[in-house]
Write a protein that binds this ligand. Structure first.
Ligand SMILES: NC(=O)c1ccc[n+]([C@@H]2O[C@H](COP(=O)([O-])OP(=O)(O)OC[C@H]3O[C@@H](n4cnc5c(N)ncnc54)[C@H](O)[C@@H]3O)[C@@H](O)[C@H]2O)c1
Length: 291
């Protein structure tokens, strides 16, 4: 017999108030949390915040794009564990929450090694784990689910304009499938889920030269090379700082709403503005721009 979700979580040892507000005077009990892709750019910052909050964190990562260095400062902390594991293989861990980030986020990496399987089989495995242990599951999806959008800005109710057969489809369609699986597990199996659609994010530990505009500009500025702008540079993008994203992910996990939620900066920059900001902030003078 399947119990109502709240009862099942309580029975399964998962906290009903998973990480939520605790009455004054009572100490919040630390949670056991798995972060897949926790050795990557966003994941490692999330791990820092969870550890600082007093939780126990297990990072599951195959180091395809992540690095041990990103989490090395937690080695020796009894509340931190690191497991080298590919999420396309099942894994059993007793945890209260699952942040599922494992997936390379830059075109350079996912074109080199198409990652549809990571998004589909990996997500299925982590949803299976959530079901088995009664954990709450958060999927990091992407603004790329909107494809080449015909609506600006994109709201969550927009279904997108996507290409199922392009070189980037392993990422865009993979994440769309991951969202579908997440909602099916939620509706059909009463798993508590959250979906975040992340927009461009930057900050320390992002991969340099990975084909994304901020990291390309930073790498070129560090080498004091001219900054390469594609087209006329008037196309706009929004960029959020990684600590804001991590705050958003944690609030989403602790909140009551499933989503999907767009997480990003509502302000847009042109690529030319970004190039100028980057070279002035990093070097105190303007680097030439090539088109
Ligand atoms: N950074 C962004 O701007 C951005 C934008 C949209 C969505 N996202 C999403 O956020 C998440 C994290 O992105 P990121 O920028 O930190 O990327 P990243 O490449 O730095 O981190 C991904 C991590 O997942 C690991 N990984 C990849 N495949 C794996 C597998 N099969 N098994 C286990 N581990 C695996 C990598 O080794 C890496 O540590 C991803 O799901 C990505 O799609 C990021």
């Amino acid at each position: 017999m399947s119990l109502p979700m709240g009862a099942r979580r309580a029975a399964g040892g998962g906290s009903m108030n998973a990480g939520g507000k605790v009455p004054l005077g009572l100490k919040r009990k630390g949670l056991r949390i798995v972060v897949t892709g926790g050795a990557g750019f966003v994941g490692s910052h999330l791990v820092d915040r969870l550890i600082a909050r007093g939780d126990s964190v297990i990072v599951v990562d195959n180091f395809f794009t992540g690095r041990k260095d990103n989490v090395a400062h937690h080695f020796g902390n009894p509340r931190f564990e690191l497991i080298r594991h590919d999420v396309v293989e099942p894994i059993l861990l007793e945890v209260d929450q699952i942040y599922h980030l494992a997936c390379p986020a830059s075109p350079v990496h996912y074109k080199f090694n198409p990652i549809h399987k990571t998004n589909v089989v990996g997500t299925l495995n982590m949803l299976g784990l959530a079901k088995r242990v009664g954990a709450r599951f958060l999927l990091t999806s992407t603004s790329e689910v909107y494809g080449d959008p015909l609506q600006h800005p994109q709201v969550e109710t927009y279904w997108g304009n996507v290409n199922p057969i392009g070189v980037r489809s392993c990422y865009d369609e993979g994440k769309r499938t991951a969202e579908t699986l997440t909602m099916d597990y939620h509706r059909g199996l009463e798993i508590e889920v959250r979906i975040a659609r992340i927009f461009n994010t930057y900050g320390p530990r992002m991969c340099l030269d990975d084909g994304r505009v901020v990291s390309n500009f930073v790498a070129q500025a560090l080498r004091k090379e001219p900054l390469t702008v594609y087209g006329d540079g008037k196309q706009t993008r929004s960029f959020q700082y990684v600590s804001d994203l991590v705050e958003g992910l944690m609030r989403l996990m602790e909140g009551e709403h499933v989503g999907p939620f767009n997480l990003g900066n509502p302000g847009e920059f042109t690529m030319l503005e970004l190039a100028e900001v980057k070279s002035i902030r990093m070097l105190r003078f303007k680097l030439p721009i090539i088109y």
